[in-house]
Structures are given as structure tokens and as C-alpha cells.
Design a protein around this ligand. Structure first.
Ligand SMILES: [Fe+2]
Length: 197
């Protein structure tokens, strides 16, 4: 898959290390773990995000993503609710899986998909067991690791999160579209918001 090839071709922006991509492991069963909807508010930014992504360093990947979009379903983590998230976040983010326990390519690992966030939307500090890579297709994003200082990330820069490393992102003045992959098996229920420090 082209997205994983693009990850394998890069080194982590912070550590300079290369991500080790696991061999594909078929999932033994389909597990529905997401909240699905075709009308997430953030989807109004999808066309702009794709246009910008196709002008960036991962234009080829953006075109492949656009081509398979009809086969993907946009979703949210059902643990994210009005009780623990702002309306801006719930209206401002969605994820489309292309491999994982919900398919469309049924794999236990690696899990992969695309995250979309609207301009200015902040994904709060969170963490999970599986180590993870992000490969942004659009830029002007602020990143935060370990609840420390924010730093800018541009399109084409790889960011890796260790197991249970708190991480947060905030889109700049343009929509944020990124490939997201998990390097180990895991489920969405294992994602939790980090405790405030
Ligand atoms: Fe994550």
C-alpha cells in the first residue's frame, strides 16, 4: 500500500528514526468499533483538503486516497462524546479506515486510514497502547508530544508516537488531512484522553 511505502521512505521528524512496519496480519473477525455517519460536519472541508494535498509533497498519495474514497466510510471514536469533547472537536474531525478490524481491508495489523480535521480544530492530548505514525498530506499543523511545547509540522513530515505517549494536534488555517497508521494491533476503545498535567 502506497501510504505505508511513503512512511517507510521517511524518518521521524523528531527522533530521526525509521518506523518498523509490521507484516500484514489478517483479522480473524470483523469488529465494528466506530460511530459511522455520512454527514460529519468536518466533511465540508474534504474537497479543500484534497485540493491542497494534491499540491503538496504527497500529491500521489492524495490522488490514490481520493480514488478509493467511495469505498471508505467516515467514522468517529464512540468513546468521544459530548461529555468529554467540545462541540468544535466532534464537529471538526473524522477518520476513514482502509485497513483494520472494520476493513475495508480486514487486517489485525497494520491498521491504517485517513484523519481529517477542520481549520483551527484541536485534537486533545490522548494516548493508546499501539505505537503510531502520522504522515500529514497538508501542513500548518501544531503538534504536541508528552504535553510539552507545541511545534509545527508540515505536509510530508513523519511523526511517530510511542506506546502510551501523549500526543495532540491542532490544525492551522487550512484543513488537516493525514495518513494515520498503527504499527501494532489495538482497538479504538483503548484510546484515552491524557490526564492534565
Ligand atoms: Fe494517536
Amino acid at each position: 500500500m502506497a501510504a505505508w511505502a511513503a512512511v517507510a521512505a521517511r524518518t521521524d521528524k523528531i527522533t530521526g528514526e525509521r518506523a518498523t512496519i509490521p507484516p500484514e496480519t489478517p483479522a480473524t473477525q470483523f469488529v465494528e468499533e466506530s460511530r459511522y455517519q455520512d454527514a460529519f460536519g468536518v466533511l465540508k472541508h474534504l474537497d479543500t483538503a484534497l485540493t491542497l494535498a494534491k499540491q503538496g509533497p504527497l500529491a500521489g498519495l492524495a490522488e490514490l486516497f481520493e480514488a478509493v474514497l467511495p469505498e471508505l466510510r467516515w467514522s468517529q471514536n464512540p468513546s468521544y462524546t459530548a461529555e468529554n469533547c467540545t462541540p468544535e472537536f466532534l464537529d471538526g474531525y473524522a477518520y476513514a479506515s482502509f485497513s483494520g478490524p472494520e476493513g475495508p481491508i480486514l487486517l489485525e495489523q497494520p491498521r491504517g486510514g485517513f484523519l481529517l480535521m477542520g481549520p483551527g480544530v484541536a485534537y486533545p492530548d490522548h494516548e493508546h497502547l499501539a505505537s503510531e505514525v502520522y504522515l500529514p498530506l497538508t501542513g500548518n499543523v501544531e503538534w504536541r508530544l508528552d504535553q510539552a511545547e507545541r511545534f509545527p509540522v508540515q505536509a510530508g513530515e513523519l511523526v511517530r508516537h510511542r506506546s502510551f505517549q501523549p500526543h495532540a494536534t491542532r490544525a492551522g488555517d487550512i484543513p488537516f488531512l493525514s495518513f494515520v497508521g498503527w504499527l501494532e494491533p489495538g482497538d479504538r476503545a483503548s484510546i484515552s484522553f491524557s490526564q492534565a498535567q
